[in-house]
Design a protein around this ligand. Structure first.
Ligand SMILES: *Cc1c(COP(=O)(O)O)cnc(C)c1O
Length: 367
């Protein structure tokens, strides 16, 4: 039986094996593992790639968001607005600062709805944390207008959107800062955990450089209590290699997505875009009827799929104290019952994409 994996990280490694092993060897011989030139090189390359002035390598994508919020002074008594249809880190980083998580529902593009954001603003609102879900940039023009009107910070959760464009600009250049993840499941990934922050603000940049390194000004002098959250040299070396291929890979993500959409449009709801958007399809998500039955049918036929995410964050046990209940965010709740993420990765073979399409069509013709 054909087996189509949701993703296949080993394939990418085998393509880049020589380059990665040589880099590992080079860095290991130097023995410069922490905050080395390799990390600085990645930060410069990444900032340039995004079109941002600065980038700061950190331990993971969650810390990229957390350090951004902390460096902007978000803390106890401050409210930060985000979307409940995300990986839990989008919300947990707010809680970690001591601030209050405030959710706003999304639109049918699955991204936070600017009108709903505006309705949830209070005197305590300090920041908006839009998530570019599945690699599609949120409506940044409207969010920017709201942020300007109420004097709020925007910190982009760009964890899923490396390389994505909106009106010609890349994710990571809209907010005062943005957090990216280099987790193995993201379009640009390292061989473990990793993250990176982008910003155009000089003072924020300098604060972040200290924050990720214990608040140290230099080896011996500490300016404030920081954390240890650094991208290490070996991961930076791998990221430097992979960044060169990212545009090609993202193009391939889009190619597979178009192929899925062209063939599945008559059977399920496929993602539709404005021509000023250039998503990167970290996830290719359909919306469909009888989702769980379809998912089981595909599993029985060797196709691995996932649901991103089946339980909205406001309904998680961890969120109980926030006082939200079922029915509070109808769009997100409806999506959580109908979305399905199909296998997609740059090295995916066309015959596998065809197989997934055939099986989905077979399922809907049968019922
Ligand atoms: C992956 C992800 C994160 C967290 O990134 P890590 O590197 O795993 O800490 C945050 N937000 C979103 C939307 C993500 O997909």
């Amino acid at each position: 039986m054909t087996f189509v994996k949701f993703t296949d990280l080993g394939k990418q490694y085998l393509i880049l094996r020589e380059e990665i092993l040589a880099k590992f060897d080079e860095i290991s011989k130097q023995g410069d593992y922490i905050l080395s030139d390799e990390v600085l090189k990645f930060e410069n390359n990444f900032a340039e790639y995004c079109g941002a002035r600065f980038a700061v390598g950190v331990g993971n994508g969650s810390d990229a968001l957390y350090l951004s919020l902390m460096s902007l002074g978000v803390g106890s008594g401050d409210e930060v607005i985000t979307a409940p249809n995300s990986f839990i880190a989008s919300a947990s980083v707010i809680a970690r600062t001591g601030g209050t998580i405030v959710f706003a529902d999304v639109g049918y593009d699955m991204n936070i709805d600017p009108d709903r954001v505006e309705k949830t603003i209070t005197k305590r609102t300090k920041a908006i944390l839009p998530v570019h879900i599945s690699g599609r940039v949120a409506d940044m023009e409207s969010l920017q207008a709201i942020a300007d009107k109420y004097n709020l910070f925007i910190v982009e959760d760009a964890a899923q959107a490396v390389g994505a464009r909106y009106k010609g600009k890349r994710a990571g250049t809209f907010g005062v800062s943005a957090g990216f993840s280099l987790h193995p499941l993201k379009n640009l990934h390292v061989h473990g955990d990793g993250g990176v922050i982008t910003t155009n603000e000089d003072t924020l940049y300098k604060r972040l450089l200290k924050y990720r390194n214990h608040g140290l000004r230099n080896r011996d002098e500490c300016d404030f209590w920081g954390v240890n959250s650094r991208l290490d040299s070996i991961q930076a070396g791998i990221a430097n290699i992979k960044l060169k291929y990212l545009d090609r890979w993202n193009e391939r993500f889009r190619e597979i997505a178009s192929f899925y959409s062209a063939n599945l449009r008559d059977y399920v709801s496929v993602p539709e875009y404005h021509d000023y958007e250039e998503p990167v399809f970290h996830r290719y998500m359909i919306q469909c009827s009888k989702r769980d039955e379809l998912k089981n049918f595909l599993a029985r036929n060797g196709v691995e799929t996932k649901v991103n995410y089946p339980i909205p964050i406001h309904l998680q046990k961890a969120a109980k104290a926030l006082g939200y209940k079922k029915g509070d965010f109808p769009v997100v709740e409806k999506l959580s019952d109908s979305i399905l993420s199909l296998p997609i990765y740059p090295e995916m073979e066309d015959e596998h994409t065809c197989y997934v399409i055939d099986k989905i069509i077979e399922y809907y013709k049968k019922i």
